[in-house]
Ligand binder design. Structure first.
Ligand code: FEO
Ligand code: CA
Ligand code: CA
Length: 658
């Protein structure tokens, strides 16, 4: 989700809190290590611009190039030119094909899409809005499979005619009808579609698939794990505290080896309005989540989103949801053991001892990086043994120390400060208030952690830190070394002996993002990176079948970086470590989400989210509306608004990508 601080702010920036809710006294280490940092930052950052990884200076690089001995890129494609326009673009020699758009049929009985007469009932059966995470589950060797898609949020100004932005002062949702809110609720959450690749190499959605399913903000879900049934999870509609309707703001996610889809609830605070009753404990605890934020007006029509009436309902959102895409009748499960915060993603890896480790970012300025390790080993003999494996395990939060070491600190009730004395009566309290628990343990305040993903080939873990313009000079630390960090950076975590359950780790900065030609930006891409190859605001990432890292961005634009968001290939090993190369760009106003390489390496599914939004860093940009979007991609019909869509990228003539 886009999240900026600018005069013209995107719909999504309003929903995503941009204040930073972490007023804990946790160190940003700044004061303590200021003196040390000067040297350390030099070693890890500035110097890295000239000496990256294996000590390759620009001079040596150009000398090598002159001699024709330049190190070989692991990514064999001709780099795309960076830019910003109304179209998507892919590197030469590749096809980018729109697979499914907002409003397209998902279930067999879906009516045709008519954006001027859209209803909640129609949207319930059609592809949702703002596709984000993509998870691919191959069937029959890989040319057919299930594609699971998250629908993060809705843009009313682009979805409905003649209403414009509704979440702004002086409007305050006056134009929103009950039917529009029904459409919004149905356009959230997720879709399961079956896709197949034909003999011509093109992907299509399989019509009438038995797997086709829409999941919405009204789908019944089960609450499992330590918070299930706790008093704080009970509402008037659910006196047992074990059943909830819907999942909200599903950003990135994960795919488990036992064939389930993990869905992450991110900016859930925006859906709640009203005011907590005076002296309400939930009112106090939810301040840490900037809740209620009233980014949508659902509370006017649905009491459960009004905290005045249902103060416990927000405790039932902000979780990781596990879904079995192979059983359309299955009940999604909110796995509370993984903690409650603004989950970006939940990418996992089978640890060498057989347990499953899931890395998670809490996407808020000054929030934390988490890891969950299951108690049980993954059952490799079938799916049944893993059915509820995510209900038991240890959630930990990361502290990044200035000497390049780090500690995973367990959030376990009764240990350390997580006791009744500090308001934690049980593990339910610990997971419901995971942020406050992490505050007490002294976790490191990060620059908006987005995707965190482990590379199964190297066991190294990559942490996308997208930006944090609110970090002041006296708040910098070794792991977040730039004040007013506009462009973000990427950390690399190395677990000892490849052990993803270990208590400690080593870390370093892989790259600081932004334009390396502007010294004041302090970017540290490998000097082999071209003027098209650098990026800002890393958000999602993917590791392909060959163990190579790909980065998707959120927040580049003509006015901010002279380029739209896109998909970049980033070298992590050898002399080119830190060199990045542009492969794909999205149309104006869009964010690049869900990069999902297929296991055969021949297809990259990508999600183009919120095309048509205004360039929020351009003070002269007019507000984008249904009538006047910044692009009409992908249909380019005067009567059709822009439509968030999933795109399949393949190589012309077939074969592996890059
Ligand atoms: Fe929905 Fe953190 O991006
Ligand atoms: Ca984002
Ligand atoms: Ca994201």
């Amino acid at each position: 989700m886009t999240d900026h601080l600018a005069n013209t702010r995107s719909r999504s920036a309003e929903l995503a809190d941009d204040i930073g809710a972490n007023d804990s006294a946790n160190t940003t280490i700044g004061d303590v290590i200021a003196a040390r940092l000067a040297r350390r930052d030099f070693l890890r950052g500035s110097l890295a611009a000239t000496v990256i990884g294996s000590a390759v200076s620009p001079l040596a690089m150009s000398a090598a190039r002159a001699q024709g001995t330049a190190p070989q890129s692991r990514f064999a494609f001709k780099e795309l030119a960076a830019g910003a326009d109304e179209q998507m673009h892919v590197a030469e020699g590749y096809d980018a094909q729109v697979l499914i758009r907002w409003g397209d049929k998902v279930t067999a009985d879906a009516p045709p899409f008519d954006p001027r007469a859209q209803t909640g009932a129609a949207q319930d059966k059609q592809f949702g809005y703002n596709n984000d995470f993509l998870g691919y589950f191959p069937i029959d060797g890989g040319r057919r499979g299930l594609l699971c898609v998250n629908h993060e949020y809705t843009n009313e100004e682009l979805m409905f005619p003649a209403i414009g932005r509704q979440d702004v002062k002086d409007v305050r949702f006056k134009g929103m009808t009950a039917e529009m809110i029904a459409v919004e609720m149905a356009a959230h959450a997720g879709s399961v579609i079956e896709v197949a690749r034909g003999a011509d190499g093109k992907w299509t959605v399989v019509e009438g698939s038995k797997y086709a399913r829409r999941i919405t903000a009204n789908t019944a879900m089960e609450i499992t794990g330590p918070a299930a049934g706790d008093a704080r999870m009970k509402t008037s509609a659910d006196p047992d505290g074990k059943r909830v309707l819907g999942m909200l703001n599903n950003c990135a996610g994960g795919v488990t080896p036992w064939g389930t889809w993990l869905n992450c609830e991110e900016n859930f605070n925006g859906y709640f309005s009203g005011a907590f009753p005076a002296d309400s404990a939930e009112g106090k605890s939810n301040k840490r989540y900037n809740l209620p934020s009233h980014g949508y007006d659902w509370g006017r029509h649905h009491a459960r989103f009004d905290v005045t009436k249902e103060p416990n309902e927000p405790n039932r959102f902000g979780w990781v949801v596990e879904i079995d895409p192979f059983d359309p009748a299955s009940t999604p499960k909110k796995r509370t053991a993984l903690g409650r915060f603004k989950h970006e993603g939940a990418a996992g890896i089978v640890n060498k001892d057989g347990r499953y480790a899931i890395y998670q970012g809490d996407d808020e300025r000054f929030d934390y990086v988490y890891r969950f390790v299951t108690e049980a080993k993954v059952d490799t003999t079938g799916r049944e043994g893993n059915r509820d494996i995510l209900d038991r395990g240890v959630l930990s939060v990361a502290r990044f120390d200035a000497d390049g070491s780090g500690v995973w600190m367990p959030l376990v009730h009764g240990q350390g400060k997580l006791t009744a004395e500090n308001g934690f009566r049980s593990q339910a309290d610990v997971v419901i208030e995971a942020r406050r628990a992490a505050d007490l343990l002294g976790a490191t305040k990060m620059d908006r952690p987005e995707d965190v993903e482990a590379n199964p080939k190297t066991n190294k873990v990559y942490v996308m830190l997208t930006n944090n313009v609110r970090r002041k000079a006296d708040q910098i630390d070794a792991a977040n070394p730039r004040a007013e960090n506009r462009f973000g950076h990427i950390l690399e975590i190395t677990p000892p002996d490849g052990d993803h359950a270990a208590a400690n780790f080593r870390w370093e900065i892989l790259v600081r993002c932004g334009d390396p030609s502007i010294a004041a930006v302090g970017a540290t891409f490998n000097p082999a990176t071209t003027k098209d190859g650098w990026f800002g605001m890393p958000d999602n990432c993917a590791i392909d079948a060959d163990g190579r890292l790909w980065i998707a961005t959120d927040g580049n634009s003509r006015s901010k970086t002279g380029r739209n968001d896109g998909l970049w290939a980033l070298e992590t090993e050898g002399p080119l470590r830190g060199a990045s190369k542009l492969f794909f760009t999205v149309p104006n106003g869009a964010e690049m989400c869900g990069p999902c390489p297929t296991p055969d390496g021949e297809t990259f599914f990508v999600a183009v989210q919120h095309p048509g939004e205004a360039d929020e860093d351009d003070p002269k940009a007019e507000p984008a509306t249904f009538e006047k979007p910044s692009t009409r991609w992908p249909d380019f019909r005067p009567d059709m608004p822009p439509r968030p869509s999933v795109v399949a990228i393949t190589r012309k003539g077939g074969g592996k990508i890059a």
